[in-house]
Design a protein around this ligand. Structure first.
Ligand SMILES: [Zn+2]
Ligand SMILES: [Zn+2]
Length: 130
């Protein structure tokens, strides 16, 4: 017999009706068993709600709303920093420091490659018998 249930999320929202399939209903193209007491859909729904299983999560809509709120907050913080001249200067300085570091790294890499080529040429010359 398939088991119908609802979930009670931590945000106190209640899920749609979910079904736990019984073993025979797990076979492909097999419909789920009809609920045993479905003569009055409203009563059945109410009983599913009173026996709702507790979830340890908030519902999808609430999680989504929270994620959007977080994203919007970070965007407005960034926008505020952009408008504040002091914070803007700090940001520009950070970018400059990063650019200088990157340029140094590229230069060091180029130097290392040049040294490697020089060493290789020197070795090649040394190999040549007099
Ligand atoms: Zn079943
Ligand atoms: Zn919710």
């Amino acid at each position: 017999m398939c088991n119908y249930y609802k979930k009670l999320f931590t945000c106190t929202h209640i899920s749609n009706t979910l079904v736990e399939r019984c073993r025979p209903a797990c076979a492909p193209n097999t419909p789920t068993c009809a609920p045993t007491h479905h003569d009055d859909p409203a009563t059945w729904d109410a009983s599913l709600i009173t026996h709702a299983r507790t979830s340890i999560f908030a519902c999808f809509e609430c999680l989504k709303a929270e994620a959007y709120a977080e994203r919007n907050a970070s965007i407005s913080t960034a926008a505020a920093a952009e408008k504040d001249p002091v914070k803007r200067a700090e940001m520009m300085k950070a970018v400059d420091v990063y650019a200088v570091k990157a340029a140094k790294a590229v230069k060091a890499e180029g130097k290392a490659k040049l040294e490697a080529v020089k060493e290789w040429n020197w070795k090649k010359e040394a190999d040549v018998p007099p």
